[in-house]
Write a protein that binds this ligand. Structure first.
Ligand SMILES: [Zn+2]
Length: 264
């Protein structure tokens, strides 16, 4: 018998200025939910109380406070398993996951595979399952996370790996950065028609107060300059800014990331 693979429903709880705490529900088990990167316990508590949802588990992508700050409060009220990178900076009691780990939530019939995604931090991980990717601060729509601990080589490899996921994979990033990322993407690649159309849609969603996420891998492959370092348009723009030819796509990536760090 094949393993059950029920559909999931994913929705955001907003936290701080621009964080999304993603809530994962299974159609097979209404009334339960997993949260990803709860930086703050209060908005999760309020949401779950009002909707009569029982917290069933917590997935963490990396140790930054805006991703883990709510864990202690949540598990004090509802002691559930917490999964995250094998890193002493994670909350006490976190069950460590590594590349290729599989996490099961049997009461919800859900399972997620973990990928190591170094770059933003050294121990950053992502969770993949049920047609969805929860990528924390590694991949953003039309952008990527800053390199606080990893090298350009590591981040470029992490992003290239994500780009090979099935194109229809829904991409749940941890921040609403899409509009600012697109401004940069269009400065790099002004002739990218997909990015222009996306920019218009994003402006309309933001004006309506709606999230721009999830994205998809297919869309990111078309609009995200950090996934397009091998494309002639991105390479030429970056080489022109650097003032010299760049032999490898990792060098293009490194220059592009530097360019974004100082953009506006
Ligand atoms: Zn972070």
């Amino acid at each position: 018998m094949s393993k059950p693979n029920p559909a999931i429903r994913v929705r955001p709880i907003r936290a701080f200025a621009d964080n999304y705490i993603w809530v994962i529900e299974s159609v097979a088990a209404p009334g339960r939910a997993i949260v990803v990167d709860p930086g703050d316990a209060d908005p999760v508590d309020a949401d779950f109380r009002s909707q009569h949802i029982e917290l069933t588990g917590i997935l963490l992508t990396h140790h930054h406070p805006d991703h883990i700050g709510g864990v202690a409060g949540l598990i004090a009220r509802t002691p559930v398993p917490v999964f995250g990178p094998n890193d002493p900076r994670m909350p006490a009691g976190t069950r460590p996951v590594g590349d290729g780990s599989v996490i099961e939530f049997s009461e919800m019939q859900l399972s997620f595979e973990t990928w190591a995604l170094p770059g933003h931090t050294a121990s950053h991980v992502g969770y993949i399952g049920h047609g969805a990717l929860f990528c924390g601060d590694t991949l953003f729509s039309a952008g990527c996370g800053r390199l606080f601990e990893g090298s350009p080589e590591e981040m470029n490899a992490s992003l290239s790996r994500l780009a090979e996921l099935p194109p229809e994979t829904r991409v749940y990033c941890a921040h609403e950065y899409t509009a600012a990322n697109l401004a940069f993407a269009l400065a790099v690649d002004p002739s990218n028609e997909s990015a222009r159309r996306y920019d218009a849609a994003v402006a309309a969603w933001r004006a309506a107060g709606a999230p721009t996420l999830p994205s998809t891998i297919a869309l990111e492959r078309r609009v995200n300059p950090f996934l397009r370092c091998a494309s002639p348009a991105v390479r030429e723009a970056v080489e022109s800014r650097a003032g010299h030819a760049l032999a490898r796509s990792t060098e293009v990536f490194a220059e592009l990331r530097r360019w974004k760090d100082g953009f506006r």
